[in-house]
Design a protein. Structure first.
Length: 529
């Protein structure tokens, strides 16, 4: 059809060409659109503003923003004056590739030249760009400038910023903006409410989230599947299965079909509560509904069974995935390998790791952490050390978490010398020890009665920019008490309290036990004052 139009005796207007190009853009056929545009120019079909906007959009999506600028600049040679749509398309291209200074420059250009005023779309594109990069201050500043430039913000302007604020849990600011838009007569939509509900759920303000849901319904704003999924997920994470089911029933009553995400959340709730039969019922229900089960559904159930020490059941789901034409991912393998290690089935765990490599699923740092933890906890330190050496020689370099696991394994096995050597070499390996690393080493030294060295390490932490936390203090205090160094323990208790830290359950239990036996100085009672 396009060729027919090009070779027509009577030169057709540009509009039909634009219609074809627009349809191809919707299909994301960007290179094809550019090729056809070049043919148009060869046949002297003069483009208009809309044609140029289409081509600028294509170049932007192909990450060829320089070509977008060239098309924008050539419009003058074609005798075309830029309109707001062309400017918006170019600005959107810059935003698409996080070139916000350039996008802002074109907004300033529009304002200064005056012949093409920015509209609400122009501002909204830039606001969304700032929000996507977490620059909420710039987004709010731009929002306040809109009206001064004779452009009223709309629901999209406010919703974009509210979404970003909620993402970073700045709920006070988000709710202030929500009140502001309502007072200005800008009605919030389902996106606005869903963003706020999600933000409130993140900070566990469940009652306020439920109140917003009621407000939505009262104002005739109908929640969609995303709104309900947010609420169901929150209930599930809290283990509130009754409320999660109530939300799902409300969805169905309102003719909103629960999707895979909804049921995955419910299944996760049952797994969290250890109610694996109910979790399996949800899984089977999803299977009966047809094509609702995805990899995450299987991972959720596998994790639930592993946590419940029902590894054989977890393995069954793993094997069923092939029949369901689902490919296990790294999370699937990691979960099952961890489950096998935790019930002492080392050979099967290691075999599954080999199977993971053969299947094309690349292990990540979490995989290696699970392997190392499993090997160390099952007294396979030599194998664990070889695995660390293998990692050091590979692209996937071990980080501080990896070394913490191996150092802790060595300390627990009483091999303090090897633990000390690895700890001392961390900086030369390009790894910065964290507070957990120091706490592990201090605990290992205390178990070996090396209290002077343990205290020296505690003092070293502050100078290394890694101050001790409550866990570190509790570890060394218990070490001192267990080695009858009460006076030094009392000194550290006072120091800990000045830092705003207090006894954990293990330290409290130890002190009470020692006081009951009259084994230590009663001065320790001040610890509880």
């Amino acid at each position: 059809m396009f060729d027919g139009m090009l070779h027509s005796r009577r030169r057709p207007p540009v509009i039909p060409f634009n219609q074809i190009l627009s349809q191809l853009v919707k299909l994301k056929q960007y290179p094809g659109v550019i090729s056809l545009y070049k043919q148009m120019l060869l046949h002297r079909i003069s483009p208009n503003h809309y044609t140029l906007s289409i081509i600028i959009k294509c170049y932007s999506h192909l990450n060829r923003i320089g070509f977008s600028l060239s098309v924008f600049g050539n419009s003058f040679k074609l005798g075309l004056q830029h309109d707001v749509t062309t400017f918006n398309t170019l600005i959107h291209g810059f935003v698409l590739h996080n070139q916000l200074p350039e996008a802002s420059r074109f907004l300033v250009k529009m304002l200064e030249e005056g012949h093409c005023k920015p509209n609400v779309v122009t501002f909204n594109v830039l606001i969304k760009g700032f929000c996507n990069t977490g620059n909420n201050i710039a987004a709010i500043t731009l929002l306040s400038k809109m009206e001064k430039q004779g452009c009223m913000p709309d629901v999209v302007s406010y919703s974009s910023i509210i979404h970003s604020l909620c993402k970073y849990t700045h709920m006070d600011e988000a709710l202030t903006l929500f009140s502001e838009m309502s007072s200005r007569g800008i009605a919030p939509n389902v996106v606005t409410y869903t963003c706020l509900i999600h933000g409130l759920c993140i900070i566990r303000q469940w009652k306020q989230a439920a109140s917003l849901l009621e407000e939505m319904l009262h104002k005739g704003v109908f929640p969609d599947v995303h709104t309900f999924n947010t609420l169901v997920d929150t209930c599930s994470k809290e283990g509130n299965v009754v409320e999660a089911i109530r939300m799902i029933k409300m969805m169905i009553q309102r003719h909103i079909e629960p999707d895979t995400i909804t049921y995955n959340s419910l299944m996760d709730c049952y797994c969290l509560r250890g109610e694996m039969e109910e979790a399996r019922r949800v899984f089977d229900f999803m299977l009966d509904k047809g094509s609702m089960v995805d990899v995450r559904s299987c991972n959720t159930l596998i994790n639930g069974y592993c946590k419940a020490k029902k590894v054989d059941k977890a393995y069954e789901i793993f094997k069923e995935m092939h029949c369901m034409e689902l490919v296990p991912n790294t999370v699937t393998f990691n979960t099952l390998i961890d489950g096998l290690f935790k019930v002492g089935r080392l050979q099967e765990a290691q075999k599954l790791f080999s199977e993971m490599n053969c299947s094309g699923q690349l292990p990540d740092l979490q995989t290696y952490s699970i392997l190392l933890d499993g090997l160390c906890n099952n007294q396979k330190l030599a194998t664990a050390l070889k695995l660390v050496e293998k990692m050091e020689a590979s692209v996937l370099k071990p980080g501080v978490v990896t070394y913490n696991i191996i150092i802790e394994g060595l300390c627990k096995a009483g091999n303090i010398e090897s633990a000390r050597n690895i700890f001392s070499s961390l900086l030369s390996r390009g790894v910065q020890p964290n507070v957990r690393t120091y706490s592990i080493m201090i605990q290992g030294l205390c178990h070996q009665g090396l209290l002077v060295e343990a205290e020296k390490l505690l003092r070293e932490m502050e100078g290394k920019g890694c101050p001790a936390d409550d866990c570190t203090y509790n570890i060394i205090i218990r070490g001192l008490l267990n080695n009858n160094k009460t006076s030094l323990a009392v000194k550290l208790i006072e120091e800990m309290k000045k830092c705003g830290f207090y006894a954990d359950a293990s330290t409290t239990e130890l002190i009470i036990g020692l006081l009951c036996k009259d084994s230590v100085d009663p001065v320790l009672l001040q610890f509880f004052v």
